[in-house]
Design a protein around this ligand. Structure first.
Ligand code: AMP
Length: 382
């Protein structure tokens, strides 16, 4: 089969490798001629999603197609909707924060309390009604905390509105209550063409500056919350009729009655940064699972291996030193290292994901400690 991937970053690259391992062809379409897929794969078409003739000629060549980001225009894909997995409808729901939250609420899944503000309208009255502190998020295009502003009170909202007034077109927003986080977890579930659901274990995520820093598994979460998260993730995939992967990001939040509450933060209908840990921790990785579904290969259970695993991110902040001196670090030499994967990006920028590593230990907590210690041995740039 010829499997198309829209997006040639690290998610596209690892998926392409899994497709190839199954004996199929992976064809990638990517705007940046210097992308990880350009560095490592033979068959990459360079083009933008706005270049309709080029995109359509790419789509004509493939049997099925998927994407490595939901922040892509849906309209040019419409004539090829039958080839798209997950579907155009899933893509459209998950690329619009408001549509996503409305879907979650309407189907009895619990998003964080939210309200919305129309394009050009001020936030103040809506923010006061929802309550402070809250977070203003753009409806489209945000990730890793981009397009988000915390509003602690009246003054912040007034200042925010003043800034909005200076914009030619102030974007429509979702306002979310700011929740006190006890933990952040994610669930990746695969749903195949027959409708069967294959859940990965619950991952616990630790962020720094809104960017995922470490993912550990098994998560340090009570069993009832783990079961609740897995059940909800499977039910959401079912309700959306996803064929492919769905990642559900959850907040474990403090609530007024002091009982921790599991709330849905957001959905991603694709492989996920937190799911990198599956490459060592599970018998089937998230990339292998999606490759199987796209190529109609029978699925197998993505069982968690024994022990604990932690994925640590290597960001561009470290890069100038890592690129030059990686071999000499205890990170590379550690007997607990299961995987070190560098994405082949030529330009390092602060906050840019350049690679990841996965370590193995007796439990999730131990694995996190090992990962933190090992990453600290990588010398920072001067
Ligand atoms: P997002 O891109 O929406 O997943 O947000 C990035 C990160 O910001 C999350 O992983 C949280 O750490 C934090 N965050 C986002 N929304 C909220 C919220 N409503 N309350 C508390 N923290 C939040």
């Amino acid at each position: 089969m010829r499997v198309g991937i829209l997006g040639g970053g690290q998610l596209g690259l690892m998926l392409a490798e899994s497709i190839q391992h199954l004996g199929h062809q992976a064809l990638v379409y990517e705007r940046d001629a210097d992308s990880p897929c350009h560095q490592r794969l033979a068959s990459v078409t360079t083009g933008t999603l706005e270049d309709t003739p080029r995109l359509q000629s790419f789509l004509q060549q493939v049997d099925v197609v998927t994407f490595d980001s939901e922040n892509i225009p849906a309209a040019p894909l419409e004539p090829f909707a039958a080839k798209l997995f997950p579907s155009l409808q899933v893509l459209q729901t998950c690329q619009d924060r408001l549509a996503e939250k409305r879907f979650l609420s309407a189907n009895g899944f619990s998003p964080v309390d939210f309200a919305w503000v129309d394009e050009g309208a001020p936030v103040l009255a809506t923010a006061e009604k929802l309550g402070f502190p809250c977070v203003a998020k753009t409806i489209r295009g945000g990730y890793d905390g981009k397009g988000q502003t915390r509003l602690n009170g009246y003054e912040d909202a007034v200042r925010y509105d003043r800034k909005r007034q200076t914009l030619d077109s102030a974007p429509a927003l979702v306002l979310e209550s700011f929740v006190e986080l006890l933990a952040e977890v994610s669930c990746v579930v695969a749903r195949d063409a027959s409708g069967a659901i294959w859940p990965f274990p619950v991952f616990e995520n630790i962020h720094r500056n809104h960017i995922l820093d470490f993912t550990l598994v098994p998560a340090r979460l009570e069993q009832n919350h783990q079961t609740q998260a897995l059940t909800m993730a499977g039910d959401i995939a079912q309700a959306l009729q996803v064929v492919g992967l769905l990642t559900v990001e959850f907040f474990l939040a403090k609530s007024a009655d002091r009982t921790p509450k599991l709330l849905v933060n957001e959905l991603a209908p694709r492989t996920h940064n937190s799911g990198h840990v599956t490459r060592a921790a599970c018998q089937l990785s998230q990339f292998d699972a999606l490759a199987r579904i796209l190529t109609g290969t029978p699925m197998c259970r993505p069982t968690l291996r024994t022990g604990g695993y932690c994925m640590g991110q290597l960001l561009g902040d470290l890069w100038p030193s890592v690129a030059g001196a990686l071999e000499a670090t205890p990170l590379v030499q550690s007997s607990q290292l299961s995987e070190l994967y560098l994405y082949g990006k030529t330009e390092a920028r602060p906050g840019r994901k350049m690679g990841h590593f996965i370590v193995e230990a007796g439990c999730g907590d131990d694995a996190l400690n090992v990962a933190q210690q090992l990453r600290n041995t990588v010398p920072s740039p001067k």
